[in-house]
Design a protein around this ligand. Sequence first.
Ligand code: FES
Length: 653
Amino acid sequence: TQDPLVIFTPSGKRGRFPKGTPILTAARQLGVDLDSVCGGRGICSKCQVQPQFGEFPKHGVTVTPDALSEWNKVEQRYKDKRGMKEGRRLGCQATVQGDVVIDVPPESQVHRQVVRKEATARAITMDPATHLYFVEVAEPDMHEPTGDLERLAVALRDQWGIEKVTANLSILSRLQPVLRKGKWQVTVALNKDHRDDAARIVEIWPGLTEDRIYGLAIDLGSTTIAAHLTDLRNGEVKVSSGVMNPQIRFGEDLMSRVSYAMMNPGGAAEMTNAVRNAINGLTEAIATEAGIRPFQILEAVFVCNPVMHHLLLGLDPVELGQAPFALATSESVTLDARDLDLTVMNENARVYVLPCIAGHVGADAAAVALAEEPNKSDDLVLIVDVGTNAEIQLGRKGRVLACSSPTGPAFEGAQISSGQRAAPGAIERIEIDPVTKEPRFRVIGCDLWSDEEGFAQAVAATGITGICGSGIIEAVAEMRMAGILDESGLIGSAEQVGTPRCIPEGRTHSYLIHDASATGGPRIAVTQGDIRAIQLAKSALYAGARLLMDEMGVDRVDRVVLAGAFGAHISTRHAMVLGMIPDCPLDKVTSAGNAAGTGARIALCNIGARAEIERVVREITKVETAIEPRFQEHFVAANAIPHKTDPFPELAK
Ligand code: FES
C-alpha cells in the first residue's frame, strides 16, 4: 500500500508521507510556506493549519476525519491559554494518518503577501532581513569546554540551518544571564545582510518571546520626515507619523542648506545633529502611539535625496553643490543605528539606506523605481516625483533614464503671494466660469464648494487662509482656460478680460479669488509674480521630462505617473493644461501616492528587494540637466502655457 497523500492549499504542493509524519515536516519537505518560530516544539503556535475534510474531486481524494492524529495535549494547552480558531490544528503536532488536504491560512505563511493600499498595488512579499528564532541551546559541559555563544551558534545551525552568526559586545554581555533565565531556551532576533553571509544577533530574550518586532520605513524629505512603523512579521503598518525637518531653519531648500554648510564651519554637523534628533523624537513618539517599547524597533530603512542622505550620514554635502556633483558613495549603506546616534530604537538596530542614482537623483528616486518598476514596464512610462526638486524617470523594459530638475517650492505653495502648505483652510480646488469669469473653490477640511449653501458656516472654524500647491496649479490653468491669462502667462486688464476681478497692481494685474479684507480677513489673489513662479517651476519640470524623451529618442510617452504626496492631489487635467507634463491620454496619467515611502517599506519587508534595487540603480542612465544646453532650450519653450511649440492633442479631445 502507498503512503498517504498530503495536499497543501493554496500552493497545490503535494507529496506522499509515511503515517506519523508531522504536517510541519511534510510542509518543509515540499517547500510549503508554513511558519514556525519554535521549530516544531509546540510553543509558538505560528504553524496553525486548517485541515479540510470531505470529497475533493479536483485533487482525487476523499478525506475522512481520521486522516490526522487526534487532537493532543499540547494543542489543548495552547487553545486554553490563547484560544485558537475552530477547526485549526498545530502543524507540528498533527501527524498524517491518511490522505489529507491542508489549508495554510495567510497568517501562517512566512512569505505572505502584503497588498498595498494604493491603487496600483504592488504586493510586497514578506521576507524581512530580521527574523525571530527560538532555539534550545546545549548546557555547558566542563569536559567539553565551549563558550555560550558558540553553543548558541551550533543550536542555530542544527535547528535552523543558519551557518554563521555574530554578536557584538552588548549582546555578549547579556547572553549568559538570558540563557540561564530561559533555562537554555532563548529567542534570538537575527539580522541578515544580503551582502554578508553572517547573520547578526540583534536581540535576545529568555524562552519564547511574546514581543513583536518592528522596523521603521523612513522617508527623509527636505521639508518633512515621514516614518511608517511596520510589523516585521506580517508587514502591517502599525502607525505612520511625520515631523517637520528641523533643518528648515538652516535653509528652505537643499541648495541653501549646502551653502550653509559651505559658509559656516561646523554647519554640516549642526544640520546632521538636528535631523538625527528629530528622527529620535519621531521614533519615540511613534512607539508611544503604537503602545510598544522602542527597543522592539530592530531596523530602519531610509530613503532620501542626496543632500539629506549626506547630512543623515554625517557627510559634508559641499561636493553636491557644484559640478560634477560627486556623491561620497552612491552605493547602499548598511550600518548600526548607533553609528548615526539613533539611540531611541534598539541599541543594536540596523539601518539600511537605499543607493543613490546620481548626485542629484537620490535614494528617494531609487525607492520610487523600486515601487513603480519602470524597468519592468512594457510601455514607456514617465514618472515624476514632484517636490522642491522634481525627480524624473523615463523608461521601459531594457532602458531607464533619470534626471532631476530644479522646480523650486512653488508647486508646494511656497513663493506664492497667498501660498501656504496643504492644511485646513487652504484653497485646494478652483473653477473659473469661462463666461462670467467668477471663481468657485473648495478649501481643505470642508466638503462644500464656495457657492454652495452653508459654505460660510462650514468654513467658519478654519477660515479661508490661503492657497496650497494643488490650488495654485488649478487656479493658473483655469485662468488660462477662461481667457484671463494669455499664452505667455500675462494676466489681462479688467478691460481686456471683462471682469472686475482683474485688478491693477503696479504695471501688472492680479486676479482676485477671495477678499475678506473688509472684515480683517485675508485677500487671496493670484498675482503676476505668482504666475511667473509657477511658469518657472513647470518649465523646469517639463524641460527635464523633454530632455529624457530626447535622450530616449521619442516624442510621446505612453503613460505618466505622478509620485509624491503632492502628486496625489494634483488634478491631472489641470497639470496638462498648464503644460507641467507632456501630452498623453488623460486616463493614462495616474497618481502613485507616496511612492518613495512605499519603496522604503518594500526594502524593509523584503531583503531580496535590496539586492534588486542595487542592481536596477546601476542600470539606470543618469542625465545631468545642469550641464545640458538643450535643457535651457526646452526650458524657454516650455515657459508658454501650455507650450510654445509642442502640441497637446489630448487636451483638445
Ligand atoms: Fe511552533 Fe508548531 S511550530 S507551535
